[in-house]
Design a protein around this ligand. Structure first.
Ligand code: FES
Length: 92
């Protein structure tokens, strides 16, 4: 998780392991790309978010899941994802 290039204030790690993938992680990735305007490995121009994929987060029971910084979110759908991002944007 060490990086030589500057990253965003918040690091989004979307689980891409099979259970989350089968539970719809692909639709979350599409929503993240659309909402953030960046691809995997990139950082938003405002420096707020960096988007990454990761292996199993250990919460397969609530797949699909992602982490933002140290916080884990499960049972996600694109609508809930947008609400979470809005909260982070509001908080700065
Ligand atoms: S496969 Fe995504 S949390 Fe386990």
């Amino acid at each position: 998780m060490f990086s030589l290039v500057p990253r965003g204030r918040h690091i989004i790690r979307l689980c891409d392991s099979p259970p989350c993938h089968l539970a719809g992680a692909w639709s979350l990735l599409a929503a993240l790309r659309e909402e953030l305007g960046i691809g995997v490995g990139e950082t938003t121009p405002d420096g707020l978010f960096t988007l990454e994929l990761t292996g199993c987060l250990g919460v397969c029971g609530v797949a699909p899941a992602m982490m933002i910084d140290d916080e884990v979110y499960g049972n996600l759908d694109p609508e809930r994802l947008r609400e979470i991002l809005a909260d982070y944007r509001e908080a700065g």
